[in-house]
Design a protein around this ligand. Sequence first.
Ligand SMILES: [Zn+2]
Length: 384
Amino acid sequence: MIQPMLSAEELSRYSRHIRLPDVGVEKQASLRQARVLIIGMGGLGSPVALYLAAAGVGTLGLADFDRVEAHNLQRQILHTEDSVGQSKLDSAMSRLRALNSGCKLVAHPEGITLDNAVELIGQYDLVVDGSDNFPTRYLVNDAAYLARRPLVYGSIFQFEGQISLFDTPNGAPCYRCLFPQIPAPGTVPNCDQAGVFGALCGIVGSMQSMEALKALMGIGETLAGRLLVVDTLTSRLTRLNLKRDPQCPLCGESPSITDLQAKNYEFACQSEPEQDSDANMEIDIHQAKEKCAAEPAPIMIDVREDFELEICSIDGARHIPLGELPEKYDALPRDRELIVFCHHGGRSLRATQFLHAHGYENAVSMRGGIDKWALAFEPDMARY
Ligand SMILES: [Zn+2]
């Protein structure tokens, strides 16, 4: 294919790339022809989108269905205080347009779904996963394999990041070669409650953008067949070799996954301990509200941590952090109904299970936690 020449403006704009011996005019021009899909405009998607737009990738597809919230700003550097409440897609588009008007942006406001994943990824040369949850990660992996497109993977947990290039069209392993099945709920921390270090998102997202650029330009050694592990607490980088697993349910010799079926992506992030859940142990926010209006009113028990109480609280609730419950539960009355709540309902369900096991059958957990409560009843309450 004959690459169109770069304009004088482009030669100047990308001159610091072009001067690199591995890049030159031709490789830079090839970026202009490239089409990259980025899944998620959050912590990882932010640096990925910014660097790919700045680098002169011709077309960027952006997939996200979420809105910007104030607690995103600590790490999602595409967005600003002015974009709180806006769709992440609108916020990202205006930021990226301002950065590089020569980059064509295509919005996918429905995000990536079972129904559109393979077709959507098939419209691009390469996909970068900036998602933060297991169902999406597995869905993107499977769809990229089925669409025969390379996938740049990145994930973070606490202070550690992982990056790889799942270049399955060229024989490299996929995510399921590493982790064949989606983890069972309860075996990994609840996504919303896990802490995330902003600068780590920057490191991993920037590395993902570098992998994408190398793969698109065909320069250097990519992370295909390798997993890079970044431990930011000890400043250690480890590069592991990955092998394609012949038993892989997706890219193995006799795959069990040959199309996208909902059952392969079921993982209830917020209902972590639901497997042990008992219908008698949970009520929803509306039932909780009704009970609070009745006489005698139940006792609300907030099992969140101290710092969370400073963000928001429910009037009249007693505070017993989950970790202190074993020492303090004994003082709770056994003749009043107890409604236990936390941020999203995971910790409060554990607390309720604990209380039931200690003879408090009068305890119930409020499903959805203070966050659902705030959305439904107290719109002015701060959320996090
Ligand atoms: Zn595989």
